[in-house]
Design a protein around this ligand. Sequence first.
Ligand code: FES
Length: 241
Amino acid sequence: MSTLSTHILEEIRELPAKYPQPRSAVMPALDLAQEELGYLTPEAMSEVAAALELDPGYVEGVATFYSLFHLTPTGRHHFYLCTNLSCMLRGADEIVEHVKRSIRVKEPDEVSADGLFSYEEVECLGACEYAPMMRFDRRFHYELTPGKIDALISETKGQGLRPPAPVEVASQDMQGVRPPARRGGRRGAPGGTPPATRTSEAGASEAGRPHPAPSAPTSPASGEVNNPRAPRKKKKKASDG
Ligand code: FES
């Protein structure tokens, strides 16, 4: 019996026809699989590879490269907290600590007792001028403060167990205002080139992951995220403090 449902597998098989390069379908296919299961199991990745007629190692390489894909269960709502240079200089560490306290977890990817929340630290999300910032589920939130985090958590709890907003949602912060006006400079979300295979990538960089190349910029008018994926940040050990 397959892990993914029949209709999801059918959707996945139809994806390659929508792209000039059939293998480009791997990311939306993994998205579909994750949406159904909550995270990507080895079986689900194998089924995606079979449905797309791709090498299983390639599919696994893509799944492990992008922080959007989870290989272990996460909370229903997930914080992607940028702690790269600009965000760090503008208080990202304080934001991380506040999130941890608020959802009562100690470690990245630990799920809160109510199953609603989890967090991880990620590399630059390409919106440095609005630091400190984060992605929460599929939206970017800018110029974070503990108060904004509290409001977001309260609002999310108020929504009960409704699933996160769909992909097409434009990025707005919690107060319901538009994202800050662009203050000059190119604003791009990191995209990155997935590894050709797991083997060829080995030793390329820290954690075996090359630094992502810039991708198409986000729309300054809507703040919509064209490619919200970022490389997975190396997790801190508890002993590192
Ligand atoms: S350093 Fe945080 S978005 Fe760039």
